[in-house]
Write a protein that binds this ligand. Structure first.
Ligand code: ADP
Ligand code: MG
Length: 348
């Protein structure tokens, strides 16, 4: 039988790690990305450069591959939907459309009777007058945000007036949660009631960018059970296939909230590469390619540190790794401020 050729949309670090996991499973990868310098071209079998609305390039990609997945959620729905008419796209395009829109995503979670932060949609200038209840808060664009991009802390109504809000875009205002902790739960769903779920990961953000992750999370049994059960409920309701991450807030009164869902592998799950028998990336490939499901086993506790911007430099030079340390360089061409350049996982 000829090898499966898996198409991956997006060529960043997640696309790279998916390609590495696929290779281990003897699956070919073709990465499609709108960045000519995309790091995943160092790890995949074939790389196609093109914009996400370039019909010719996209059809070249679709014709080459057997099925398609993606490493990030901000792909136009129309693009995924058109691809799905010819080759299966997993997770389903409709799932991506729901989750890439913060308002639709939060409405969906609330319908499942799962708690989120309090939020309000802002579409026009006059909406701003009724917002006192949601302050202090964070204004977020409903689409295209990541790593804190498109977010504005708002303490008082006047702050909103200072920002030049572009009302051609949609926004939500979220009430600020008094955070005690942030955790994430990564789950890979294979089919009805068949999934592998990782234990919650504790996360620390700096400037709204993930900086540290560790397992086990220092949380109560109740929060552990509730977060896993909510993640399962969300994956099941979406009839999701592949790896999904649910980000949670825990407030100072021990209330759990869903912050957001990522319909993809997630940065906080990088430590699963070294700390589990099967990583989140391998599980994603197994699920979308209908390969065998292997029971998950934790090998070790672990922590991960993201190397952001020039923090990567000393590690690229002659940093001596201990036996329990694993350094990943995403091989991004340019070092940029606030850009995730690599990470170090330490087994504990
Ligand atoms: P992104 O899509 O950029 O990851 P998030 O909504 O996850 O956006 O926000 C990034 C980080 O900002 C969160 O992990 C958290 O640390 C902080 N944050 C966002 N919204 C809130 C909120 N309502 N209350 C408290 N902290 C928040
Ligand atoms: Mg987030």
């Amino acid at each position: 039988m000829s090898k499966i050729n898996l198409g991956i949309i997006g060529g960043g670090q997640l696309g790279s790690m998916l390609s590495v996991a696929a290779k281990k499973l003897d699956i070919k990868t073709t990465v499609y990305c709108d960045d000519i310098d995309a790091p995943a071209q160092n790890f995949c079998n074939e790389f196609i450069f093109g914009e996400y609305n370039n019909r010719n390039k996209i059809s070249e990609f679709v014709n080459k591959v057997d099925l398609i997945t993606y490493e990030f959620e901000n792909i136009p729905y129309e693009t995924l939907n058109e691809m799905n008419k010819i080759k299966t796209v997993l997770p389903k395009p409709s799932v991506n459309r729901l989750i890439q829109h913060r308002l639709a995503e939060k409405d969906f979670v609330n319908k499942l009777n799962i708690r989120t932060t309090r939020y309000v949609s802002i579409e026009k200038k006059s909406d701003v007058d009724t917002l006192k209840d949601f302050l202090p808060g964070i204004l977020k664009t409903t689409t295209m945000g990541y790593d804190g991009k498109g977010q504005y802390p708002i303490k008082k109504i006047e702050d909103l007036e200072l920002i030049n809000i572009d009302f051609s875009k949609g926004y939500i205002l979220e009430k600020l949660v008094k955070l005690k902790k942030e955790i994430s739960v990564i789950i890979t769903r294979f089919s009805n009631n068949k999934f592998e779920i990782y234990d919650p990961i504790e996360n620390i953000h700096e400037d709204q960018i993930l900086k540290y992750s560790k397992i086990p999370a220092d949380i109560s049994e109740k929060i552990l059970e509730q977060s896993k059960s909510w993640a399962m409920q969300i994956a099941e309701e979406l009839k999701y296939i592949g790896t999904l991450c649910v980000e949670f807030f825990i407030d100072r009164n021990e209330n759990l909230y869903v912050n957001e869902i990522a319909p993809r592998v997630h940065n906080s799950g990088h430590l699963t590469i070294n700390a589990y028998n099967v990583s989140q990336f391998e599980n994603h490939i197994r699920a979308v390619c209908s390969l065998e499901q292997i029971p998950l086993k934790k090998i070790s506790n672990a922590k991960m540190i993201n190397l952001i911007g020039s923090q990567i430099k000393p590690y690229r030079q002659n940093y001596k790794l201990n036996d329990n340390e694993f350094f990943f360089d995403y091989l991004k061409k340019e070092i940029k401020e606030k850009r995730k350049m690599g990470h170090i996982t330490t087994l504990l």
